[in-house]
Design a protein around this ligand. Structure first.
Ligand code: SF4
Ligand code: SF4
Length: 358
């Protein structure tokens, strides 16, 4: 366990599936050099296959006794999808705009399909996913080279690129399938929680760019942070698939209310809810019932009395308030380590011979 832990809370009631987060991450970290197929941040439609395809069925994580479970490494062709480009050059010659290969699968392939029968009881919602920077990471336990490490200062999980030999046990061990193999350098790579930004007091790109203002970032022990308030004070943010045993540090405010269903004559079925509670329990555990109740009570309070601290936080009036990154803490840590001013607090991630900066 690290000294302190950074965490992210995502409010699923506000995610509009616009993929701005995905693009901001991709353009910054993964649009080049063997990382083209990787989505350190992806937003998937639930119910759906997710990314990589059927990731919830690919193993990894821990059983109730704390034993690491076997898992598989997804296949590029069938589970991730081979990235394609478009025929930009030939448009001028009159060709229609189309992919330059025949794609058969890719991230977001089943976007907005969801489940149920339109228009009676169909439903879906979006789940944005990054690495959970787990307290008990399956990736770290699975690595025979001790290449995966968790920073003591903030709990960010990174890969020491000098030690990594590309064995890919980490990918099998992560039940969220949030580590990827880079074939160009034969190393594994993953979300780094934008640590170079964080150390300068800036939130991760996915969080800062999020147009829905769904992402809060802060330290779990910082009682003034909205992350603390949502996770510990109001207890309305829950980890995804906590049953995998990795103790994720990304938390979700679950969808609190879906529209009612229609009967066969098109009449509203009063009191019905399109999202089955069993599905939410599978994703977020039994606590989700209490959370949904709390959210609905607080929403009513806000509407009727105009008062609710919880709703005020979730509405996120001030973008700035959503992030508390404690820049002083990082500066102090760097100073204690004897680092030069503005140097990164830990250089293991960038010390690989295939990465710039060393
Ligand atoms: S989500 Fe996966 S890759 Fe990220 S820390 Fe947890 S086990 Fe490791
Ligand atoms: S940018 Fe925000 S609202 Fe848009 S898909 Fe990402 S998490 Fe959802």
């Amino acid at each position: 366990m690290s000294k302190r832990q950074l965490a992210m809370v995502m409010d699923l009631n506000k995610c509009i599936g616009c993929q701005t987060c995905t693009v901001s991450c991709k353009t910054q970290w993964t649009n080049r050099e063997g990382r083209e197929y990787m989505y350190w941040n992806n937003v998937e439609t639930y119910p759906g296959s997710g990314y990589p395809k059927n990731w919830m069925k690919l193993g990894g994580g821990f059983d109730k006794n704390g034993d690491l479970q076997p898992g598989v490494v997804p296949n590029l062709q069938s589970d991730y999808g081979v990235p394609w480009d478009f025929n930009y050059e030939s448009i001028a010659e009159g060709e229609i705009f189309k992919p330059d290969s025949e794609p058969s699968w890719g991230p977001n392939w089943d976007e907005d399909e969801g489940a149920g029968v339109f228009p009676r009881d169909n439903y879906f919602f979006y789940i944005p996913r990054i690495c959970n920077h787990c307290t008990n990471p399956g990736c770290l336990s699975a690595c025979p080279r001790d290449a995966v490490f968790k920073r003591d200062e903030d709990g960010v999980v990174l890969i020491d690129l000098k030690k990594c030999q590309g064995y890919r046990y980490c990918i099998a061990g992560c039940p969220y399938k949030k580590i990827y193999f880079n074939p160009k350098i034969s190393k594994s790579q993953k979300c780094i929680l934008c640590f170079p930004r964080i150390e300068k007091g800036l939130p991760p790109a996915c969080a800062q760019q999020c147009v829905g203002r769904i992402r809060f970032v802060g330290f779990l022990d910082d009682e003034d942070s909205q992350v603390y308030k949502l996770v510990k004070k109001f207890k309305v943010a829950l980890p995804l698939r906590d049953d995998y045993g990795t103790q994720p540090n990304v938390y979700y405010v679950p969808p609190s209310k879906a529209p009612a269903k229609f009967d066969s004559e098109g009449k509203v079925i009063e009191g019905s809810d399109r999202i089955p509670m069993e599905e939410l329990e599978m994703l977020f555990g039994k606590e989700v019932r209490r959370v949904v109740k709390t959210l609905n009570i607080e929403m009513k309070n806000k509407k009727e009395k105009g008062e609710s601290e919880l709703m005020d936080i979730l509405i996120a009036y001030n973008h700035h308030d959503m992030f508390r990154l404690d820049n002083d803490y990082y500066q102090k840590t760097a100073k204690e380590k004897g680092n030069k001013p503005f140097d990164l607090i830990d250089r293991r991630y960038i010390a690989g011979k295939h990465t710039k900066g060393e």
